[in-house]
Design a protein around this ligand. Structure first.
Ligand code: SF4
Length: 403
């Protein structure tokens, strides 16, 4: 990365119409007043970005080639609010004419005026939180849409001229079975979606559903959540079925109908590209200032914004600031790179990180013997089985790094 490498910009809009039971994001139901105040702070934060990055000693390039409005449900912004957010973006950054500009949306929650405005402002990719095309499953987790309304939304977006329409699906929802999952995957494939993200349900203490599953309760349809083994089998089913239907897998959770439909913005996360995040719980990864910084073992700076709306203020990037040294950069290059199906270039790793690479070679060998990793064409990759247990694989590699 250098001062000339274009940035990705992430903008968080953490408001939703209702809170889904599985959701562990920093998002909540917001009032119109809260949204208006938030947009004001967000714009002020963008206006202060240059000064804030200067204070952190981080390099902030003006040129931007990807923008991602996530959340939350940014499609709930009023047209005037969208206009203000994009005006702040364009005041502070130079967005490429062919930039990828994504907006997340909930099916049925993009009004005609908001869609029109979003497209006028340059949004060319909409990512829909479908989760399931089976009504019983989506309704069990608190979504208000049906499979049919999702398909109608996809068609409407394409008709309106949105270039890329993406959707998220979740494996492991309450009541999901191999047959119902096959139906969801089939509906996705038969639609005009160009990109799919498939996540495994996260059962943890950060969501109401996760808490209930852990407690062995029945609220939020927790008793209908399939076992870990079944969820893993559903994920495997998705990888195989989507590949067979022309949705190539390029990352642990991501599939595209051809390379040109891959998410350019998300690739920055896995390739350790530079990006800056604004808004609640937004994250940034920026290079350190100064031409010699990498040689001096100082790679960059990661910043996490606060997670609580009450503590969110402009001009702060007020969460945690982590300096990324060479050791951290090595770990990140390995773990983020392995998320991509193309894996990591071993010679490139050696060139940049020298003997650090040796610390993981033993673990790579063992994982390869166990069928979880493979070395192919000078690259380390996860196998399909490795992708299914990626956290275990990363844990095993980390042991090598820590020795
Ligand atoms: S719409 Fe998305 S961000 Fe909002 S509660 Fe549901 S999963 Fe969470």
């Amino acid at each position: 990365m250098s001062a000339l490498t274009p940035l990705g910009v992430y903008i968080s809009v953490p408001f939703c119409k209702a809170k889904c039971s599985f959701c562990n994001f920093a998002s909540g139901v917001g009032t119109a007043e809260k949204m208006a105040a938030y947009v004001k702070t967000l714009c002020a934060e963008m206006d202060a970005a240059a000064a804030t990055s200067e204070r952190l000693g981080a390099e902030l390039t003006r040129r931007v080639d990807t923008v991602y409005l996530g959340g939350g449900t940014p499609s709930l912004l009023e047209p005037g609010q969208m206009e203000r957010v994009f005006a702040a973006l364009r005041r502070n950054f130079d967005v490429d004419g062919d930039a990828e500009v994504t907006m997340e949306a909930a099916p049925g929650q993009i009004s005609d005026p908001s869609l029109e405005m979003a497209m006028r402002l340059g949004v060319n990719r909409v990512s829909l939180g479908v989760q399931s095309f089976v009504d019983r499953e989506s309704q069990a987790v608190g979504r208000s849409h049906t499979g049919e309304s999702c398909l109608a939304e996809i068609a409407r977006l394409r008709r309106a001229g949105v270039k890329e329409v993406a959707a998220d699906l979740i494996a492991g929802l309450p009541y999901q079975t191999a047959a119902s999952w096959e139906y969801s995957l089939g509906a996705a494939v038969a639609s005009e979606l160009t990109h799919l993200s498939v996540y495994m349900l996260e059962v943890d203490e950060d969501s109401r559903l996760g808490l209930e599953v852990l407690a062995g309760g029945v609220r939020f349809h927790a008793h209908g959540v399939p076992s870990d083994e079944v969820s893993a089998a559903l994920y495997e089913q998705a990888c195989e079925a989507l590949e067979a239907e022309g949705f190539g897998q390029y990352e642990i959770s991501n599939f595209a109908r051809g390379r040109e439909h891959e998410s350019r913005h998300n690739r920055k996360y896995w390739e350790r590209g530079a990006y800056v995040g604004f808004g609640l719980d937004a994250h940034s990864m920026l290079m350190r200032q100064g031409p010699g910084s990498r040689a001096q073992g100082s790679e960059g700076v990661r910043v996490a914004n606060v997670e609580e709306l009450g503590g969110y203020g402009a001009a702060t990037w007020g969460g945690g600031v982590v300096r990324v040294g060479v050791d951290e950069a090595f770990e990140e290059s390995l773990f983020l790179g392995l998320r991509l199906c193309e894996g990591v270039d071993v010679a490139g790793l050696r060139e940049r990180f020298g003997s650090r690479v040796e610390t993981v070679e033993g673990a790579v060998g063992e994982l390869a013997s166990g069928g979880l990793m493979v070395e192919e064409g000078g690259r380390w990759k996860l196998t399909l089985r490795g992708r299914m247990v990626s956290n275990e694989v990363f844990g095993r590699l980390l042991e090598g790094v820590a020795v």
